[in-house]
Design a protein around this ligand. Structure first.
Ligand code: CAA
Length: 379
């Protein structure tokens, strides 16, 4: 066992850090305020190969490992979680799902442009009445011979309006329960597919979250992913990796807030000295640093297991559970270290605090992570 990143890892980490500072930081407050999707920044991230990071270069990806993905997600999320969620969903939920389980034709047609960042994708599992209870899909896809007829509504879909390719989970045979669920590739512009208004959210306000409505959408048979009835397992397997992405996002939000708190504590004076010299502040910074390091280890461990082709469902759930709690605690403390300044937008920490909350909700709430971990430890 060794805890050292390779030269290549360090280079990728630096590239992401530079991008975050130079391209994401300017304008991040304004995008949050006006709920503006970071379209230009996402385009550049695509050009740099960050949207198909782990995809084989023969399908237009960068061929990097999951450790690199954690490093990139942390750096981007320190500054702009609205941009990093696009990177996470495109890499983990969309590209990974297609590369792992798609046919060669599906990969050529859909994965290549997604991995190159020419278009972005969305993963559509949640419904008005099926968030945590993901087997209770109300969206139906009826087998009509050469196509499926898709009807239903999906909620809180990240990249809902800006995506071109949507992986949609739907019930094809209710009598079969989770074995009657399938995953489909749906294109924006297919007749009957409409996008609802953008959600007005507490955090990650720049990200593009929408409901999607499907009314008699004809989805060609060849757009089903995997064997008939594979859709629920497809969603679960894909989310295992997605949780590494969101855990790393939470880690980045926490470490971003921590770095700001350290910097501020050295500059701000009270009672005749920088507040960093007061033990009350040092204790806070020590707790933050310790928890962040533990979260980082869990993220890297989950990524390492994935890279080694070992089971990682439990590790990714642990990383997400822990890192998202650390993100919440750390950002609240970072605001406290900043005092009144922390409560205003210019100092960034209030945004990070609002952004942190979603990491305890999406890609499975903290309660879902505990279910996944509990089942694994009891096996
Ligand atoms: N890998 C492979 N198969 C799996 C699996 C996994 N990780 N997890 C479950 N399965 C299989 C089970 O083995 C079982 O199959 P068999 O009957 O053949 O054995 C089948 O799937 C059903 O499993 P369960 O009985 O465990 O299902 P459950 O109804 O108890 O639910 C759950 C399990 C873990 C709670 C699951 O519903 C879940 O993860 N829910 C949360 C969903 C979620 O994360 N939603 C987030 C939306 S996506 C998002 O947020 C993206 C975004 O935009 C940012």
């Amino acid at each position: 066992m060794h805890f050292q990143l390779t030269e290549e890892h360090l280079m990728i980490q630096k590239a992401a850090r530079d991008f975050a500072q130079n391209e994401l930081k300017p304008g991040v407050i304004e995008r949050d305020e006006h709920q503006k999707f970071p379209a230009e920044q996402i385009k550049k991230l695509g050009e740099l190969g960050f949207l198909g990071m782990m995809v084989d270069p023969k399908y237009g990806g960068s061929g990097l490992d999951a450790i690199s993905y954690v490093l990139v997600m942390e750096e981007l999320s320190k500054v702009d979680a609205s941009a990093s969620v696009v990177v996470s969903v495109n890499n983990s939920l969309v590209c990974y799902g297609l590369e792992q389980y798609g046919t060669e034709e599906q990969k050529q047609k859909y994965l290549v442009p997604l991995a190159k960042g020419e278009v972005i994708g969305a993963f559509c599992l949640s419904e008005p009445e099926a968030g945590s209870d993901a087997t209770s899909q109300h969206t139906t896809a009826i087998d009509m011979g050469d196509h499926y007829l898709l009807n239903g509504t999906k909620n809180w879909i990240t990249n809902g309006n800006s995506a071109s390719t949507y992986l949609v989970i739907a019930q094809t045979d209710a009598a079969k329960g989770h074995k009657g669920i399938n995953a489909f590739i749906v294109e924006k512009g297919m007749p009957g597919f409409t996008v609802g208004p953008k959600e007005n959210k507490l955090g990650i306000r720049g990200s593009d979250t929408h409901s999607l409505m499907f009314t008699d959408v004809k989805v060609p048979k060849e757009n089903r992913i995997g064997e008939d009835g594979f859709g629920f397992k497809f969603a679960m397997k894909t989310l295992e990796g997605g949780r590494i992405g969101i855990a790393s996002q939470a880690l980045g939000i926490a470490s971003g807030a921590f770095e700001l708190a350290v910097q501020y504590s050295k500059e701000r004076k009270s009672f005749g000295k920088p507040i960093s010299e007061h033990q009350a502040i040092q204790f806070k910074l020590a707790d933050m640093a310790t928890q962040i390091e533990a979260a980082r280890m869990l993220c890297l461990k989950a990524a390492w297991l994935k890279d080694q082709h070992q089971p990682y469902a439990q590790a990714s759930a642990m990383a997400k559970l822990f890192a998202s709690e650390v993100a919440m605690k750390t950002t609240v403390e970072a605001v406290q270290v900043h005092g009144g300044y922390g409560y205003v937008k210019e100092y960034h920490v209030e945004r990070l605090m609002r952004d942190a909350k979603i990491t305890q909700i999406y890609e499975g709430t903290s309660e879902i992570q505990r279910i996944v971990i509990g089942r694994e430890v009891l096996k």
